[in-house]
Design a protein around this ligand. Structure first.
Ligand code: GN1
Ligand code: MG
Length: 344
């Protein structure tokens, strides 16, 4: 099947070597080697990204802006097919695209020192900063309401009415915790109503595996641009706080291992503000800590909602997978809030 897709690129198919690659939950990724060159092939999850053409259009527009204004900035754009298209569409299989593999780069799955957190935060901050002269409204909305916490909350309430009855019953304690932290939803509504909160070009998926590092572990560039859309800084900062602060990820089942590491908080802050301090308003800067609450809570909400809806969005590798993930995120949220006075 993959060879069928590679036919659309100038490959010598007999010499192509394909291996699976990466750890994303949504898109599928492969590593392609041919005659000493390497590429990344990705299948876009079409049930989630309903208009893959919009993703291609966003990458093209931002890529053109960046190469015109910052020719030395590394920004990875897809390789065109032999027909000059940015993607391949194959009936029943879906949409695929090919990226050049950045030489001597690697990705990291778990942040293992504050310097990596600093580098990643600098890369995400730089991305938004360099695009500050680009009108974010030109971007297509690839996932409508992606980080709309109020809508996520309503979807959770709907799952409480229409979801799996047994799971709802078993989740009573988790549901109670979600209700207990509802003020995180109202705070977002209040702050975003303030014109001091600005819409900018936002990545919306700032996990560490979406940054390429060089051999010296310096950040090279950001990748996975599917969710690049107009948005607020709390999305990007918040997802870094959510995924870099604890030594264990959302997959961890032993919740006693979840902790907040102060030096990583400071590294994210230094890396991001080193780029963005001149862009963010005072009101935004005051909500740096809130960004973490927002994203951790939203992820807990999304995992729990999916569990109540029989795992239709994230899928499940074992019974109760999304329930464990939701509880993991709620423990993370509580550990985080315990440090509010100290960190903010
Ligand atoms: C999904 O596919 P991946 O791993 O890049 C999700 C993110 C979640 C993340 C949780 C389009 O990202 O929003 O934070 O899982 N992306 C989408 O691991 O829903
Ligand atoms: Mg992603």
């Amino acid at each position: 099947m993959l060879k069928k897709i590679l036919q659309y690129y100038p490959f010598n198919l007999a010499a192509v070597k394909i291996t699976t690659f990466g750890s994303g939950l949504i898109n599928q990724t492969w590593y392609i080697e041919e005659a000493g060159s390497s590429y990344i092939l990705q299948k876009i999850n079409h049930t989630i990204f309903k208009s893959p053409g919009d993703i291609a259009s966003n990458i093209k527009l931002t890529g053109e802006y960046l190469s015109a204004h910052y020719p030395h900035y590394l920004f990875v754009t897809p390789v065109n097919t032999i027909n000059g298209d940015e993607m391949v569409y194959i009936e029943k299989e879906g949409y695929f695209r090919l990226f050049p593999f950045v030489k001597d780069s690697h990705t990291i799955n778990v942040v293992s020192n504050p310097a990596q957190a600093f580098e990643a935060a600098q890369q995400f901050g730089r991305f938004t900063k360099l695009l500050s002269g680009f009108d974010a409204n030109r971007l297509k909305i690839t996932l409508p309401h992606f980080h709309n916490l109020s809508l996520r909350y309503r979807q959770f309430e709907e799952a409480l009415e229409k979801g799996n009855k047994e799971r709802i019953k078993e989740s009573a304690n988790t549901i109670k915790l979600i209700h207990q932290f509802k003020n995180i939803v109202t705070t977002r509504e209040t702050i975003l109503a303030n014109s001091a909160f600005k819409k900018r070009v936002t990545h919306h998926d700032t996990k560490i595996s979406n940054v390429l590092f060089n051999e010296a572990d310096k950040g090279l560039c950001v990748i996975d641009l599917d969710t690049v859309m107009p948005g607020y800084f709390i999305s990007d900062v918040g997802d870094m706080l959510r995924t870099y602060l604890s030594p264990v990820s959302e997959e961890e089942k032993d919740f006693s291992r979840i902790e907040i590491r102060d030096e990583y908080y400071n590294a994210i802050k230094d890396g991001y503000l080193g780029e963005m301090a001149g862009e963010l308003t005072a009101a935004e800067k005051e909500h740096f800590f809130y960004a973490g609450k927002f994203m951790i809570y939203m992820q807990a909400l999304r995992f729990l909602t999916d569990h109540l809806n029989n795992d239709i969005y994230y899928g499940a590798k074992y019974e109760g997978h999304n329930f464990t993930r939701a509880n993991n995120q709620l423990v993370l949220l509580q550990r985080y809030i315990e440090k509010e006075k100290q960190l903010s």
